[in-house]
Design a protein around this ligand. Sequence first.
Ligand code: PLP
Length: 428
Amino acid sequence: NPSASFTNLGETERNRLYASLKESYDAYKLRGMKLDMSRGKPCPEQLALSKGMLDLLTSSDPLQAEDGTDCLNYGGIDGIPEAKRLFSRLLGVSEQEVIIGGNASLNMMYDALARAMLHGVYGSETPWGKLPKVKFICPSPGYDRHFAICEQLGIEMIAVDMLEGGPDMDQVEKLAGEDDAIKGIWCVPKYSNPDGITYSDETVDRLASMRTKASDFTIFWDDAYTVHHLTDEPDPLKPILAACKAAGHPNRVYLFCSTSKITFPGSGVAAMASSEANVSHIRKHLSAQTIGPDKINQLRHVRFLRDIDHIEAHMKRHADIIKPKFDRVLHKLEASLGGKQIAWWNKPNGGYFISLNTLDGCATEVVRMAAEAGVTLTKAGATFPYGKDPRNRNIRIAPTFPKLEELETAIDILCLCIQMVSLTKLQG
Ligand code: PLP
């Protein structure tokens, strides 16, 4: 039985199976391949969907925003009006609550947290960096680059579990309610990196309304995958800013997003949003940082993406390219590992990742063995604070960039490695 649970195999069967798996694995090793499934990047076909945007502006264009702003010149600290309008629709806030940034939302997140360390947020009594300790709640597995920002700024990270509807809110409420050194939480609320989880309405409401010991507790709401659906029935996400206002905490949340995976990761447009009070506080600080971001890129993007309906149609074309890749990975995982009780994975409705858990203690060895056969995976542990997965089991699969055939081979190798490492582990 090819899908029998590995735990029920006798020793002879295990040895025989291991030998045959090793034979296939060694054959792959001899092929000397180089396959990369480590980073969630769009593939060239996806990038081509937006190349037409580059032809929309020419030297004969007046290059003026709708309020007459000359996009070639200085000015416009927080973006041109039409860009604010477009992003306000994406983030479910008003135009007055948006700040347009440069090409990367990660940059805006870093700056927002660095400013909080240097100056505090609106309403802080003390700059966070002047306090003896600053801590952040980090739902895990999560996005490694969020954790890298905390590590670099000396912010202590506290991992909390991800459950089906988002972070374990019992843990979050307890932590935030008891410790005033805890100043915030990282959230990827839709199609989370890497689990593909979308926060439930209850999670959004509890985050918005929970009692926090620190009065300037701030939710970093990274809505990176807000329109990145893989199905015709997208996960709904309750708007957090409205929920925070309704709960009497209008200044609790900073939202972020970008067009990195809508147009070009190298030259998209990023934005953040928050209450008007927060936005005006941030704008004041920003004016010391810059005279303003790239307005030509904003203009190009607004003319290309136009409105939410056009963005949705554009994202469907992305899905047409990447959904077959997700499907192939999921099919292969099921065919090779289904029923064996050695690996469990999510089936996301959107986003960029498939998150897989091995038996406890196996992830590092699986990633090492895959690398030896030419498959680069995200480093084991990378999805946890300090790069330490306490159960050493999470592996992040990024299916979008490789070609379908390469992806198939890479997953075959990954499945061989998981089975071999699991057999060794079960052997004790
Ligand atoms: N946030 C999340 C959750 C991501 O997964 C990524 C990229 O993988 C980013 C942010 C990066 O966004 P940007 O390109 O806007 O900096």
